[in-house]
Design a protein around this ligand. Structure first.
Ligand SMILES: [Zn+2]
Ligand SMILES: [Zn+2]
Length: 125
């Protein structure tokens, strides 16, 4: 198996049957526990919400600059509860949750996620 095949295999399931309104549910296609994570992007300058896309696994604004003030910097925010206003701006990431993690691993994941989110914001300001 070459690297490309491995890549395809890992990215084969899009978990398309997971309903976006569920927080977590099992994917009927691959059996993984999937968490729906919503993200929006905001202008780092004026704070207006920007239409978001996922590119190369990263959340970013669709436009390269703010439609309100023209700034190029943006921040990425996790949205815990999506509402019908934010849904127009948000992107949905379907993240595989490993259910067998123990408490120690769980807190490590939380920290990593926190650091990652901070890095994203830090990078783009
Ligand atoms: Zn799946
Ligand atoms: Zn702006």
């Amino acid at each position: 198996m070459n690297i490309l095949e491995l890549f395809r295999k890992n990215h084969e399931c899009q978990h398309a049957k997971i309903a976006p309104d569920k927080d977590v549910s099992y994917c009927p296609d691959c059996g993984e526990l999937i968490e729906n994570q919503w993200y929006i992007t905001r202008c780092a300058c004026c704070g207006v919400k920007l239409k978001s896309i996922i590119k190369n696994g990263e959340v970013m604004p669709q436009e390269h600059f703010c439609h309100n003030c023209g700034a190029k910097q943006y921040t990425v925010e996790r949205v815990n509860k999506i509402n019908f206003i934010d849904i127009n701006y948000a992107v949905l990431l379907k993240v595989v949750v490993k259910p067998e993690v123990d408490e120690l691993t769980q807190s490590w994941i939380d920290t990593e996620e926190h650091v990652h989110a901070k890095n994203l914001i830090g990078l783009n300001i």
